[in-house]
Design a protein around this ligand. Structure first.
Ligand SMILES: Nc1ncnc2c1ncn2[C@@H]1O[C@H](COP(=O)(O)OP(=O)(O)OP(=O)(O)O)[C@@H](O)[C@H]1O
Length: 712
């Protein structure tokens, strides 16, 4: 293939791409005009005008956002079909566009008509003679890569289709990595496409070893679902859950680059609205907090009496002394708890207490009055109302979790459920801020406590609890039990938690309590779940599987398996796979397709700091993209200090886009780097009961170069 042909083909494609961008500008202009018209209508002054304006502005803003997002690499594919199928070339892009005559100019990659672009193979060309991928920088086409899928049809054809390039996939896989994930829309492979386009029913479960594209496939699937049923998924919401904040930042560009901006991306510490946690508990504590037994502990906790609340109520009524002591209050408490979640009963507290008090009214003078007279008097008594409000306040979940800081409460609610060691670990685990592992516990309590009833009618809410701010009502016990809080008290209601689609990435790491948390958000949702059991950091897989089954209920399961590793060079993956086999991880071993000729290096050094510095220099000098230094948790601070003290990396290790970063093994989940230096791999392995799986994850993060460093 000579360069002239390639240059000519690129120039031809550029002509088409220019036409598409002109059309895009026209569309953007119409969207702007629509927005301007919308604003003008709002000034008409009547209500209908305002509604219309809002609808128009909303539509226009969405269209503008989509057009903006799709700008980069807008056109990426072309199909030349057999003449009898379609005489004209078909172009595939990030979004669909029509020209001024409403004829199709560009097919949205998610449209059924584009499926053939991904599914045609040499064995089954599906009418495609040549598949072409356009590589662009901004609006400029810089290369084309062709696949001749049907040579016989090509010979018979009059189209004369030149074949250019050596494979877009390899070019894409060899590119230098930066700190964010990129869309793979142009080079999606057939087995990935099947998972992306799976029918939107039940649960789609995607498994595959490291680097098989599970994350990118899942994100493209979210975009596919939105395209197929925009109304359902935009109104009902799509929730994407990943392991950490770093991971969410890593993937956050993919969906907007596919034109989708309406998806909630949450890390596991962020799933509950209004609360954000980043601190991780020690793995042994995480094991206790994540286990299914915690559900029983919390069920009991939610039934405890409010610590610090008054223990009795005494009042005079005519000639009677009325007393609610611990026995009576215990009875009322059980009665209220039997009516359902605690906060939902806040409008029944006063009347239930009044019932019990009235039973004690005996004197003749008192009996001259009716029960209603008595109730009216109580409902206007400050002493009674204050008592009721502090004895049965609206409780927020974080405050109730704080009750477990109390030694007596903790022992009472864990008895017979957790062993002594687990209780000891829990007792010393509570920090100033909630941890990622605390979030499912808070969520569990939110559901156990329930939302306070929504009432306008004062009659039904004599204590005014439903309307008052939670913060005000809970400050007393907060001060005592809640510790300092870094989050706003949740005001969201559990009934608003549900989503239309729930997508879980790195699903192998979810604890039973986390499955319960996400399960509550997907009761009537469709699901996409991706994961690789061999990379799991949860030590009791059977428990997690059971919790997952409970979260999914009776939904149908559709399984897909991905078998090619697109991340690691074949040399690096061979090394990682040999490790997995040696330590008995029973890993699903994909086939790594790209060879670099660079074998991983296992270095033994006498001075760890010097050795790390040398390895880093080697990696930074030999790869173009990012470099990760992966360390045992206990060495994180030390190695970060080293890096900060090396002047040659001052610039490259600063900011969110830093080229060089220090991470612990668990922090590397889902991420990738061109070069990886692993400091003291044996320590990472010994760090927790699932250290071998963590080290396997670490060894599968590098695209080009891998060095391990151990002190000799
Ligand atoms: N069809 C494809 N074309 C181009 N690149 C691809 C393709 N499929 C996957 N990749 C690339 O391979 C890398 C790994 O993908 P991804 O992170 O989604 O894999 P994963 O299965 O989630 O990995 P892990 O389980 O190890 O975290 C990414 O850089 C991704 O862009």
């Amino acid at each position: 293939m000579n360069d002239d042909v390639a240059a000519r083909e690129i120039a031809r494609e550029q002509e088409f791409v220019d036409t598409v961008y002109r059309q895009l500008e026209d569309s953007a202009r119409s969207a702007e005009e629509l927005a301007a018209e919308g604003r003008a209508r709002g000034q008409l002054g009547h209500e209908g005008g305002l509604v219309e304006r809002d609808a128009m502005l909303f539509q226009a803003a969405k269209r503008i956002a989509t057009l903006d997002a799709a700008h980069e690499g807008l056109v990426f594919g072309r199909l030349d079909m057999r003449e009898d199928v379609d005489p004209e070339p078909r172009y595939v892009g990030r979004i669909g566009l029509r020209d001024g005559n409403r004829d199709i100019l560009l097919i949205d990659w998610r449209a059924p008509a584009a499926a053939v672009f991904y599914q045609a193979t040499h064995a089954d060309p599906k009418g495609v003679i040549r598949r072409r991928i356009l590589r662009s920088q901004g609006v400029t086409v810089i290369g084309v890569e062709d696949d001749l899928l049907d040579p016989e049809a090509d010979e018979a054809s009059t189209k004369e289709l030149p074949i250019v390039g050596e494979g877009a996939l390899m070019a894409q896989l060899s590119r230098a990595r930066d700190r964010s994930m990129h869309s793979i829309v142009a080079t999606i492979q057939a087995e990935q496409d099947q998972a992306i386009r799976a029918p939107e029913k039940g649960v789609v479960l995607i498994t595959g070893g490291p680097g098989t594209g599970k994350t990118v496939v899942a994100l493209h699937r979210a975009a596919f679902l939105l395209y197929g049923d925009r109304r359902r998924y935009e109104t009902g919401g799509v929730l994407v859950v990943g392991p950490s904040g770093v991971f969410m930042r890593y993937i956050e560009r993919v969906l907007p680059s596919l034109g989708e901006t309406a998806v909630a991306l949450r890390s596991l510490g962020d799933v509950v609205d209004g609360i954000a946690a980043t601190r991780r508990d020690d793995p042994r504590v995480a094991e206790v907090k994540g286990a299914a037994e915690m559900a029983e502990v919390l069920r009991r906790t939610a039934r405890q009496s409010v610590p610090g609340a008054p223990r009795e109520f005494r009042t005079f009524y005519r000639d009677d002394v009325l007393l609610l002591g611990s026995r009576e209050l215990g009875q009322v408490r059980r009665q209220l708890l039997s009516m359902g979640p605690r906060n939902r009963s806040t409008n029944k507290v006063a009347s239930t207490l009044i019932d019990h008090l009235w039973r004690q009214v005996k004197s003749e003078r008192a009996r001259e009055r009716t029960k209603e007279d008595f109730a009216d008097e109580m409902r206007t008594s400050d002493a009674f109302l204050d008592f009721a409000a502090s004895w049965w306040p609206v409780l927020d979940a974080a405050t109730v979790l704080g009750w477990l800081r109390d030694h007596d409460v903790l022992h009472r609610v864990t008895e017979g459920v957790l062993d002594d060691e687990a209780v000891r670990l829990l007792a010393k685990s509570w920090g100033e801020e909630l941890s990622v592992e605390d979030i499912p516990l808070v969520d569990e309590l939110r559901y156990l406590l329930g939302d306070p009833p929504l009432v306008d009618d004062e009659e039904e809410d004599p204590l005014g609890l439903a309307d008052s701010s939670l913060a005000e009502l809970t400050t007393a016990s907060d001060r005592e039990y809640g510790g300092r809080r870094s989050w706003a008290p949740p005001t969201n209601r559990v009934e608003d938690d549900g989503y239309a689609h729930v997508l879980i990435d790195e699903a192998q790491d979810l604890t039973p309590m986390q499955w319960r948390m996400v399960g509550r958000r997907g009761r009537s949702a469709t699901w996409t779940i991706v994961g690789d059991p061999a990379q799991s950091s949860w030590p009791i897989p059977a428990e997690a599987t059971k919790a997952r089954a409970e979260a999914l209920g009776t939904k149908d399961l559709h399984e897909f398996h991905l078998s090619t590793n697109y991340r690691n060079s074949s040399e690096i993956y061979a090394f990682a796979a040999a490790y997995a086999e040696r330590v008995g991880l029973h890993a699903d071993l994909p086939n790594a397709v790209r060879s670099t000729g660079n074998d991983p290096e296992e270095r033994t050094v006498t001075d760890l700091e010097e050795g790390t510095r040398t390895a880093l220099a080697d990696l930074v000098g030999s790869v173009d993209g990012t470099v990760g230094i992966v360390v045992p948790v206990a060495r994180h601070a030390e190695v970060s200090r080293w890096l900060a003290s090396w002047p040659e990396y001052a610039e490259q290790s600063a900011g969110d886009d830093a080229r060089v970063v220090v991470l612990t093994g668990l922090e590397t989940k889902g991420l990738e780097f061109d070069g990886i230096a692993v400091v003291e791999p044996n320590e990472i392995e010994r760090e927790s009961s699932t250290g071998r799986a963590t080290l396997y994850v670490v060894l599968t993060r590098a695209t080009q170069r891998l060095v391990t460093l151990s002190r000799g």
